[in-house]
Design a protein around this ligand. Structure first.
Ligand code: HEM
Length: 179
């Protein structure tokens, strides 16, 4: 009788992306970023070309709320269950050199964008809520907001891009079978 290779089991809830080894929350955040990046573009166009400031505000607040909840759940998941076991089959991950193998380096690069972006994003939203009129309209806060919000948005795009690279290196790439 042929031996059937057992599916590896990992700690925590498994994800849903076919062919990948991510946990449920890793997969949720990975896919959510594909939504956030185009939404950011739409939100930018709403103010730049259509002057729909209220819609821009609502879209940004909704994104901030969803991202906050996703990041909290994601943090809990990776703190409790770790990610190393799920990355183990990848040829780009080496548990003995966790932070100097390609997957570890890509995670450090990702965090270098993600952490400052999270702080900047929070500051931009809080300052906008405190300083723009209600309903929101251009005013004395516009110059500050234009500069730092653009930087926050760029940070978010780079956070997404570096996150996708890490996800691929750690949870999709698989060592080729020896011939
Ligand atoms: C992190 C969240 C946010 C980001 C990334 C963001 C991004 C931007 C960007 C890129 C612009 C265009 C700047 C330009 O003209 O070049 C802008 C304009 C504007 N935003 Fe936001 N925004 C955010 C949150 C908010 C919130 C919460 C409010 C309202 C309370 C708001 C109100 C406005 C207004 C009124 C303008 C027009 C300013 C003007 O053209 O003078 N934004 N935003």
């Amino acid at each position: 009788m042929d031996a059937v290779a057992a599916e590896p089991t990992y700690p925590g809830l498994g994800g849903f992306i076919p062919g990948a080894r991510g946990s449920l929350m890793l997969d949720v955040v990975f896919l959510a970023m594909f939504l956030v990046v185009p939404l950011l573009g739409i939100s930018y166009c709403l103010v730049k070309f259509r002057r729909q400031y209220d819609l821009h505000k609502r879209l940004q607040l909704a994104m901030a709320a969803v991202l906050l909840v996703a990041v909290l759940l994601f943090e809990l998941d990776t703190r409790i269950n770790g990610w190393e076991q799920r990355a183990a089959p990848s040829p780009f991950f080496d548990p003995a050199h966790k932070w100097s193998c390609p997957a570890g380096i890509s995670l450090l690069i990702h965090l270098a964008f993600a952490v400052p972006t999270l702080v900047l994003w929070t500051v931009v939203v809080v300052q906008a809520l405190r300083n723009f009129s209600r309903p929101p309209a251009p005013g004395a806060h516009s110059r500050w907001h234009a500069r730092w919000a653009t930087l926050a948005a760029l940070g978010m795009v780079l956070t997404a891009a570096t996150g996708w690279v890490f996800y691929w290196l750690a949870f999709i790439a698989t060592a080729p079978n020896p011939a």
